[in-house]
Design a protein around this ligand. Structure first.
Ligand code: FA5
Length: 337
């Protein structure tokens, strides 16, 4: 009986099987219990002998079971550890990373450049007062030039700004000239009742620029814009100033940038120009309306379109691509500006 039980104990492959062996041999209905229960039928002198033997066998089996159990548990633990081992040499899985929108990249690139030239970046409200968007920019209510910017009105006095120029007025009235000249750029969204097409969107971006100091000339304007164009598109690209009209600048210019590289011996007629921004010398009326004396101070202003800059830089033919949120389109522009 003992040897058979020991054999089964050593043969049991796992803890569960071992438990069945234990129940079988030592349980209430097991052979050993049977033997002990049958003692009452034995002659009195045989009882101690059989009893001692049965107890000895039980002790031997209990010890064997517990040893086997320890052994089996160790094997199970080893197997589990082996199964859960992490192979640290396996290559990792790449985490998909987002990125700023291509227009945001252009805007940040421009901001970096202007900050490098000592400009502050100042933001203004998109829901604006007629007062700032038009009146203070020398565009009274009945001025025909208001038609150039078809407007979304919220009330007769509140509108969605049609340009970033109102930030000029907001900045000028707040500036303390004893602290130095005013140099700021202001990027942001603007809104016009334009019909969407390949080069027009009813909501697009502008970046306003404004410098007010003593002795500012048109040469400063051209030099600033040329530096920005060179930086964004490359040294080979030139800019051209054409006379234009804005109510808030005098004289006013529209600025073109050359689409192709310009060389010194090139025939001027072979240069392809593309209009990218409006600019000019700040109109005395605009200065006066913001409490600045035009006899003492003057300056230049410009309003450029980052959407058009991005179209030029990346050869995007339809402005609407920027607003469709198609990830396949947007993930192409994975660099700063
Ligand atoms: C203005 O909005 C003037 N405020 C710019 C200015 C500022 C002139 C300071 C002088 C001094 P304009 O309407 O031309 O000007 O717009 C300026 C630029 O915004 C354009 O050159 C173009 O790049 C961009 N733009 C204008 N309309 C749209 C449109 N519907 N969609 C996309 N870009 C546009």
């Amino acid at each position: 009986l003992r040897d058979e039980a020991l054999g089964q104990i050593n043969d049991s492959a796992d803890v569960k099987a071992l438990n069945q062996v234990r129940v079988h041999w030592l349980g209430k209905k097991g052979p050993l219990t049977e033997v002990l229960r049958g003692m009452k039928n034995l002659a009195p002198e045989e009882r101690p002998v059989v009893g001692a033997l049965a107890n000895e066998v039980r002790d031997v089996l209990t010890t064997a079971i517990s040893e086997r159990q320890t052994h089996l548990e160790a094997i199970a633990l080893d197997a589990q550890l082996a199964a859960e081992t992490i192979d640290v040499t396996l290559p990792g899985r790449a985490v998909k990373q987002g990125q700023p929108h291509v227009l945001q990249q252009i805007i940040e690139n421009l901001e970096d450049q202007f900050m490098g030239m000592g400009f502050q970046v100042i933001e203004g409200p998109e829901v604006e007062e007629d007062q700032y968007n038009f009146e203070r920019m020398n565009l009274p209510k009945d001025h025909p030039a208001r038609d150039m910017q078809d407007t979304f009105y919220i009330t007769p006095d509140i509108l969605m700004r049609t340009q970033t120029s109102p930030v000029q007025a907001r900045t000028m009235e707040a500036h303390d000239f004893t602290q130095g000249p005013l140099k700021m750029v202001s990027p942001g969204r603007v809104y016009r009742r334009d019909t969407d097409d390949a080069t027009h969107s009813h909501q697009f971006h502008q970046m306003e620029g404004l410098v007010i100091d003593k002795h500012i000339t048109m040469g400063d304007l051209k030099g600033t814009l040329l530096a920005v164009a060179h930086n964004l598109f490359g040294e080979a690209h030139d800019i051209r100033l054409r006379p234009s009209y804005f109510p808030f600048t005098e004289p006013s210019v529209e600025v073109d940038i050359s689409w192709n590289a310009v060389t010194p011996d090139m025939n001027p007629e072979d240069i392809e120009w593309i209009e990218v921004l409006g600019a000019g010398m700040v109109h005395p009326n605009v200065l006066r309306k913001s409490g600045i004396d035009p006899e003492v101070y003057g300056g230049f202003a410009f309003g450029l379109g980052p959407d058009r800059f991005a179209m030029l830089k990346y050869g995007v033919e339809d402005i609407r691509n920027f607003y469709l949120n198609d990830v396949r389109f947007l993930t192409q522009f994975n660099q700063k500006g």
